[in-house]
Design a protein around this ligand. Structure first.
Ligand code: SF4
Length: 427
């Protein structure tokens, strides 16, 4: 980027002429964090708006926050930090807005078993986050003999009554976004990408890939006004998919069904049957070090319960962790925006046990990758939640000084090894 104030090119970590124009690495780091978080908030606000839900405060902050990142407008470190915490507060509003919009349009999610793999016959796989796109596609494919599959962050769609009522929404295919190019190459039907975390396709399946809404890829047909006719025609023209079913997985542990289990959960904690809750999830990525999250969940003692969300869940959602007194040990709460549900559960448990959220037997072990994860992390910091572990590595835009502030105030910690972290948490 070019700094118009001191007229030199800076490499993204900030201007080296600190003190001349007032910019420095730490301010640049805070501004980058805010810009990235604003993108995440904008994504949630966009989805809510598509469903007819808006919030003036969210919209106003998007303008204010973006304005505050202009060069030469604000050189005050404290006010940058305050702006980040406000971004966390506003992101909570945006997630609440989206949750309300989803529930009003598609019903309250309910725990649902989802078949994994493909069924014999024509098929369309849908990736991304936009439930409205999926709903419209389901409506338009009714009675056409086409099976529709979710991919990546679409998995929680199976839990919403107004989506699961379509019998041709048959299951989930594939895993997280970073595996798309392999998984879509192997999927012989049509493919629809609805939002972010959609990858540029290989030539081998480019002609059967489509995008809609905000997603758009070079050389790929873009669907306008949710008229999915070209996707349907392509699915019917392709050779049928083979019957290739895997094990099932569970989703739909929205805060409503989880809080319906509150009495059971509280009794199990008081009886010492549940020792600790872990929220393990967030955004996935391709680095091998992300195997940490699989191993972490595998190595947890049997008296621990795991809440999860985002596409990080694919690291372990195929595991059968069993139950404790009828409470599943692995609870998939939904998409990354359903961090709102996790917060509702944490707040309700804190009330039930008459303590603060930081005093609960609850630890957050998050995987971060992109904009929404940054916005959610700021929400957790805004709520004063401490001792969060984050990995697989710390964001490159966080400078040592900014990290020091986060560690001193929130005890934010990088992950180490599953064994060391479990020992440190459980003792
Ligand atoms: S959880 Fe994050 S990385 Fe995964 S698909 Fe959603 S936004 Fe992308």
């Amino acid at each position: 980027m070019f700094c118009y104030q001191c007229e030199q090119t800076v490499n993204g970590t900030g201007c080296t002429k600190a003190g001349v124009c007032g910019k420095n690495e730490d301010l640049a780091s805070l501004q980058d964090t805010l810009t990235i978080a604003l993108r995440g908030i904008a994504a949630y606000a966009y989805h809510a708006r598509e469903l007819g839900a808006t919030d003036e405060k969210v919209d106003a902050f998007l303008a204010e926050g973006l304005f505050s990142t202009l060069t030469n407008v604000n050189f005050n470190l404290e006010s940058h930090i305050a702006m980040l915490l406000k971004a966390g507060e506003i992101n909570l509003r945006a997630m609440e807005l989206l949750n309300k919009a989803h529930v009003e349009r598609f019903g309250v999610p309910e725990p649902t078993k989802v078949q994994v793999g493909t069924k014999a016959g024509p098929g369309i796989v849908v990736t991304g986050h936009d439930l409205l796109d999926l709903y419209e596609l389901l409506r338009q494919t009714e009675g056409k003999g086409i099976n529709v599959y979710t991919h990546g962050e679409m998995l929680p769609a199976h839990a919403y009554p107004e989506l699961k009522k379509f019998p041709h929404l048959v299951g989930n295919y594939g895993t997280a976004w970073q595996n798309q190019r392999r998984e879509f190459e192997e999927f012989s039907g049509a493919i629809l990408g609805t939002t972010n975390c959609v990858l540029i396709p290989k030539e081998s399946y480019k002609d059967r890939m489509f995008t809609c809404g905000i997603a758009d890829l070079p050389g790929v047909t873009h669907i306008k006004d949710r008229d999915f006719t070209p996707v349907i025609e392509k699915a019917l023209a392709q050779p049928p998919l083979p019957e290739n079913l895997g094990p099932s997985t569970m989703t739909g542990f929205h805060h409503n069904p989880v809080l319906a289990l509150a009495d059971k959960i509280i009794a199990a904690v008081k009886a010492g049957k549940i020792r600790h809750f872990f929220l393990v999830g967030g955004c996935d990525g391709s680095r091998p070090s992300r195997n940490y999250y699989t191993e972490f969940v595998q190595k947890l003692p049997e008296d621990c319960v795991v809440l999860t969300l985002g596409c990080g869940k694919y690291r372990f959602n195929y595991l059968d962790l069993g139950e404790i007194d009828g409470i599943p040990r692995l609870l998939d709460m939904g998409q990354c925006n359903d961090a709102y549900s996790a917060i509702q559960v944490a707040v309700a448990l804190a009330e039930a046990f008459d303590c603060g959220v930081n005093d609960l037997p609850l630890s957050l072990v998050l995987s971060w990758f992109e904009q929404k994860a940054v916005a959610i992390l700021l929400t957790l910091l805004h709520l004063g939640i401490k001792n969060i572990r984050i990995g697989p590595s710390l964001p490159a835009f966080i400078t040592p000084n900014v990290l020091k502030v986060l560690q001193e105030n929130y005890n934010l910690q990088p992950i180490t090894t599953p064994e060391e972290d479990i020992k440190a948490i459980l003792g």
